[in-house]
Design a protein around this ligand. Structure first.
Ligand code: EPU
Length: 428
């Protein structure tokens, strides 16, 4: 296990290029199970979660190989319909193989994912959606046993207490592509990653209308074929680098992003006082000086402010001049970073799904522990701004979803090093 050592207080400057989206890659990898043909995923990011999903696809019988920056998947068969607990528990996105497996094999046994550090993450909507397509579901010994001998289209409202579901929409939509008849998903997720999946499925020959809206209509087809798909840029990585530039009072050009996927983020950061200027079509310049302004923000499904940037925004707001409120409306318990930010001097009070952040002029470096992917990113950001040294343990969390983050930050002038966790910190 590695750790990061960060010496804070260096303004970032230069140009950084955003990688493609993890959360687009994972369901698209699962979609490759729907066809015997070859799926070529262009510029697939090198991330631990992509490696884990590739491992699961191999266990299921698919061939997965790197070809330069692309990932090539072929599930020519024979395939297994068994996704074991040991793999699924490590990464919830692996539950997304259920829809493709029932569509392709008409039966599957997929482990329930189990606990998650960011709070309860049920899969009831995934199962409800599949049942509406005629799939018989039994839960036994921690596994979902799915029998889809009569897979047919249906109409389903896919909303829970916290709104739409991204991977639930993906799972049900993938199964519906090979069902007999038409499926309508009401309250479908409209995240750009879902739209990217629709693009992939359409290239495979699926007939889907309504991508990007809350109503998806899928007309089932007999079979799907291989395709080549470009992934969208990672909007969460882009937002993280926007905060990195801002929190260090830097001047950074972020390339390769889609600003049209980041309206809520840009709007909120501007309210905080961050300068964001588009540069051409796929880049922007981010600058900041002086103290930040406090804001109220609630996380919401797309196009609202993403929960996956809540922790990073909180790191920035710890340095605002005044009191900010963050309300977490997707994962009300996703506040593992609060206690760690407090170790760096931040003043944050948590009340139910709200965090009340009283901004301070500075943070101070400290040894802290990464608990999940986005919480780790928030600690890196806080470390970049803090006085002194911050040591972040368990950075494997960050490797799940950020491609070479320390190298990208170091190229912008950050003083950040990766060390093995057992190595003593060098005296400087
Ligand atoms: N929910 C249910 N029942 C379900 C499914 C979801 O009640 O069957 C609830 C969840 O508990 C949550 C809300 O619905 O309160 C939304 O969850 P969603 O299903 O949309 O989350 P997900 O699809 O499991 C994806 C991302 C997450 C991201 C969320 C929300 C991937 C691989 N994961 O998860 O990303 O936070 O959407 O945008 O796409 C991350 O990248 O760090 C990450 C956690």
């Amino acid at each position: 296990m590695d750790k990061f050592l960060i010496k804070g207080g260096y303004p970032l400057a230069g140009v950084v290029t955003i990688s493609n989206a993890k959360n687009a890659a994972l369901p698209i990898l699962a979609a490759a199970l729907l066809t015997e043909g070859k799926t070529v995923i262009k510029k697939c990011p090198r991330l631990e979660d992509v490696t884990a999903m590739s491992g699961l696809l191999r266990v299921l019988g698919a061939k997965v190989k790197r070809s330069g920056s692309d990932l090539v998947v072929q599930a020519a068969g024979p395939l297994s319909g068994f996704a074991p607990y040991d793999i699924v528990r490590k990464m919830r996105a692996s539950f997304c193989v259920l829809g493709p497996l029932v569509a392709r094999l008409r039966s599957a046994k997929v482990s329930l994912p189990g606990g998650c550090v960011i709070g309860p993450r049920p899969v009831d909507l995934h199962l409800k959606g599949l049942q509406a397509l005629g799939v018989r579901i039994t839960i036994d010994g921690g596994y979902v046993l799915a029998d889809a001998s009569r897979l047919r289209g249906g109409t389903i409202y896919l909303g829970g207490p916290f709104g739409s579901t991204v991977l639930g929409t993906a799972n049900v939509m993938m199964a519906a592509t090979l069902a007999r008849g038409t499926t309508v998903i009401e309250n479908a997720a409209s995240e750009p990653e879902v739209v990217n999946l629709v693009e992939c499925l359409t290239r495979m020959g699926a007939r889907i209308r309504g991508a990007g809206s809350s109503r998806l209509e899928i007309r089932g087809v007999e079979r799907l074929k291989g395709c080549t798909i470009e992934l969208i840029p990672d909007r969460i990585e882009a937002g993280t680098f926007m905060v990195a530039a801002a929190i260090t009072h830097g001047d950074v050009v972020i390339k390769g992003l889609r600003l049209d996927h980041l309206h809520a983020v840009v709007d909120k950061l501007r309210e905080v006082g961050v300068g964001i200027t588009p540069v051409g079509r796929n880049a922007c310049r981010v600058t900041a000086d002086g103290r930040f302004r406090p804001v109220d923000v609630a996380t919401l499904p797309y196009p609202g402010f993403p929960t996956d940037l809540q922790a990073q925004l909180m790191a920035l707001l710890t340095l605002a001049e005044g009191v900010s409120v963050i309300t977490e409306k997707i994962y009300p318990d996703r506040f593992m970073h609060v206690a760690e930010l407090a170790r760096m001097g931040a003043n944050i009070r948590k009340e139910g799904p709200h965090a009340i952040i009283s901004g301070l002029p500075k943070l101070s470096g400290a040894p802290v522990m990464a608990s999940d992917l986005r919480a780790s990113a928030a600690l890196v950001l806080a470390g970049l701004a803090a006085e002194g040294e911050t040591e972040i343990r368990r950075v494997y969390h960050i490797d799940r979803g950020y491609e070479h983050i320390e190298k990208k930050l170091a190229r912008l002038g950050a003083q950040i090093r990766r060390l093995p966790d057992d190595q003593p910190i060098p005296q400087s």
